[in-house]
Design a protein around this ligand. Structure first.
Ligand code: ZN
Length: 293
């Protein structure tokens, strides 16, 4: 096993990015490259910074590139360095980052802090994407539902149903679904799990028809006929869910149904990039859409 690369500490990170200029430089480098084929003149150009503006100019023709265009940094009064700092917190945290913590750390209003966190979570979702799991030669796929949330304003039980699917040694996908019934669970599995995969679940009724759809299905209590009974377990997805629930309780306390999926993206992002934590920050910067030319 190769060792997971070490991440910088907050202090090292802030030393590396002492001001907005150094952040802008890094943004340009990560998103476009300071040397790239110019979109206008087509030459392999070096781009140099234009003083007092957040742009870089082609050495040959003067074409200008604004690395913040299309990003959340474009129309914001929050400094680039503060954005970098908060993004760094998200990529290095294990249990999530609350808006309160952001408010305290960089000294913005709660509303601004919440908006920053919300955007970062959405971009974490874009980076992560949702790849198909399992398939021929793929690992065993575990699927499990979880119920997350609390009570509504009337004190009634108001938990969201989420489906989590994880490939052993691979990635995790989560989805908030309308109900725990088969007609919501099965289509989600079709969408993300390749045909013919080995799937391990508990004995919930919603999973029962999986074998009719060509999956090799084993349930935790009735061991599968097709693969070794010791392999039929849902420990990985259960561990993922317990981590998510612990973190939500500890960091976020309550999460509205409306935004639950964005929080799940955040946990997916970190889970799926856990072996390359040093790439998380730059992948996030690259995830912002580029403006059309
Ligand atoms: Zn040019």
């Amino acid at each position: 096993m190769s060792k997971t690369p070490k991440l910088p500490t907050v202090r090292e990170f802030l030393e590396r990015f002492p001001d907005d200029d150094s952040c802008l430089d890094h943004l340009m480098e990560t998103r476009y490259g300071k040397r790239h084929e110019c979109a206008k003149c087509g030459k392999p150009a070096n781009y140099h910074r234009v003083k007092a503006r957040r742009c870089y100019e082609c050495d040959f023709c003067g074409y200008q590139v604004y690395p913040t265009a299309g990003t959340p940094f474009e129309n914001t009064r929050t400094s680039l360095r503060d954005w970098f700092h908060v993004m760094f917190m998200f990529t290095t945290s294990r249990n999530g980052v609350s808006a309160k913590e952001v408010q305290r750390t960089i000294g913005v209003t709660y509303k601004t802090a919440w908006r920053m966190c919300n955007l970062i979570r959405q971009y974490m979702g874009y980076v992560d994407g949702d790849n198909s799991l399992g398939g021929k030669g793929g690992g065993i796929v575990e699927a499990d539902k979880a119920f997350i949330g609390g009570r509504d304003k009337l004190g009634q039980d108001d938990k969201a149903v989420v489906l989590g699917i994880i490939e052993r040694g691979g990635e995790v996908v989560t989805r908030v679904i309308p109900s725990k019934r088969a007609n919501h669970v099965i289509p989600a599995i079709f969408k993300w799990v390749r045909p013919g995969s080995r799937i391990a679940t508990d004995e919930a009724g919603a999973f029962r028809e999986l074998s009719e759809h060509g999956y090799r299905h084993g349930t935790v209590n009735h061991s599968a006929k097709e693969y070794v009974s010791g392999e039929v377990h849902t420990n990985n997805i259960e561990a993922f869910w317990s981590h998510v629930k612990r973190s939500i309780n500890g960091t976020y306390v309550t999460v509205s149904k409306k935004w639950l999926q964005t929080y799940l993206w955040e946990f997916e992002f970190r889970q799926n990039l856990r072996k390359q934590p040093h790439l998380m920050f730059d992948l996030l910067l690259q995830s912002f859409p580029r403006p059309a030319r």
